[in-house]
Ligand binder design. Sequence first.
Ligand SMILES: Nc1ncnc2c1ncn2[C@@H]1O[C@H](COP(=O)(O)OP(=O)(O)OP(=O)(O)O)[C@@H](O)[C@H]1O
Ligand SMILES: [Mg+2]
Length: 289
Amino acid sequence: MNSNVAPIATGELEDGGAGMSRSSEPENTTLKDEARSRQKMISIRGLKKSFGDAVVYDGFDLDLPQGQFISVFGPNGCGKSTLINMISGLMPMDAGEVLYDGQTINETKISYVFQNYREALFPWLRSIDNIHYPLKVMGVPKKKRDERVEQLLADFEVKIDLNAYPYTLSGGQQQTVSILRALVTDPEVLFLDEPFSALDFEMTLFMREQIQKIYLKTKTTTLLVSHDLEEAVQLAEKVLLLTRRPTQVAEIVDVDLDWPRTTQITTDTRFVDLKRHCLDVFWREVKAT
Ligand SMILES: Nc1ncnc2c1ncn2[C@@H]1O[C@H](COP(=O)(O)OP(=O)(O)OP(=O)(O)O)[C@@H](O)[C@H]1O
Ligand SMILES: [Mg+2]
C-alpha cells in the first residue's frame, strides 16, 4: 500500500457524515449532506509517472464524480492518454493510488475504446461475435448474451451488417462495433481516448449523438479524451482542463447546459461563453513557462 495516499473523502463521509449530526441540524441540510456524501467518486491520490527523464505526473490528486460524462482536454503531450490509461489500469503508475468509490480498479467493471479501431477489433471474428466476445469471456450463457446484444443494438439503432467481418466495414462502422463491444458488459466506467478522431465529419457527428444517447440512458461514468474543444464541451457535464507537464489540473469546468445537446447548442451564447472560457484556460496553460 502506498504511503503518500491521502484518505478518500467519500468513504469517511458515508460512515460518519450521515449519522453523527442528524439531531442537531435542520432536516433539509442533513438530507442534502447525506445525498452529497453518497456521491460516488473516482479518487486519485499522489499519482506519479515519468518516462525516462520526462516527468508527466508528479503528485497529482483529483476527485471526479461517478455517473457523469467528463471530457479531458489539454495541451498536446500533456498526458491525457497516460492519465486514462493509468486510471483504467492499463498502464502502471510509478506511485499513487486510484480508487473507485473506495474500490480498486480490479473490483470495478470498466471498458475502454481506443482511438485506433483497426487494431482494436478481432479480425478473425465477425462483428457480431466481436460484440459478444466480452460476455463470452465472462461466461454469460448464450441466451442471456443474445438478449443483451439485441437490447444494445436496439438502443444504439445500429444499421450495420454485423455478420460482416470488421475489415469489410467503414472506419465509422468499425468504431461503432468497438463502442458496442465496450458497452455490452454494461460497464461502471467507460473510457474513450479520442474515439472519433479517425472518422469523417458526418460520422463524427453521428457518433457524438449516439454516445450522448447511450450516456443519457445509462448514466455510465464516462471519461472522454478529446482534442476537439467543441466536442469536449458539447458532450460533457464537466471538462477537466489539464496543464502542461508536469501535469496538474488547470480547472474543472461545469457545463451546466440542457440535455440533449444537439449541434445547434454550439451556437448558444452560454455554450460559446463556456467554450471561450475553456480556451482561455488552455491558452494560459500553453503559454505558461
Ligand atoms: N510509452 C511511452 N514511452 C515513452 N514516453 C511516453 C510513452 N507514453 C507517453 N509518453 C510521453 O508522455 C507524454 C504524455 O503522453 P500522452 O500520450 O499521455 O499525451 P497526450 O496528452 O495523450 O498527447 P496527445 O494530445 O498527443 O494525444 C508525452 O510526452 C509522451 O511522449
Ligand atoms: Mg493522447
